[in-house]
Write a protein that binds this ligand. Sequence first.
Ligand code: DQA
Length: 154
Amino acid sequence: MLEKQMKSKILVINGPNLNLLGRREPEIYGAATLETIIKNMQDKAAELNLELDTFQSNHEGVIVDAIQEATKNNYAFIIINPGAFSHYSIAIRDAIAAIPIPVIEVHLSNIFRREHFRSNSVIAPVSIGQIVGFKAEGYILALEAAYRILNNKE
Ligand code: DQA
């Protein structure tokens, strides 16, 4: 008898102001709401046989807590858009550095062609990679990247 294969679990974290997607500067971040983005990710996860947990917070400490908790919950990957925290939160960076779970950083906009202060991410050095500038599609690309790495297809 074939053993039932355990689904790999992925945690998706969205940081401050991303709850406003859809009405927040759509010319920069696209028209998709966070709800739509998560729904599309859930559909893709089902296709790839991955389990997805998602949450959004405007609070740095809540995100740090979630990253610390992630190790207890056996996540295979974290996909994070830290929003503005990307540019200055050493606390989130240190939390990522403290855990063994690989992290993919996502940005809807291309942070390298905007204001200068956005071109530095303190999260990038503790992530395995960054996906920037593809708007909502970036989250799907991140999920595919996680799937490919987990299945040694990269
Ligand atoms: C963002 C880019 C950040 O500079 C900004 O503060 C955000 C969104 C993005 O997804 O493009 O909140 O992370």
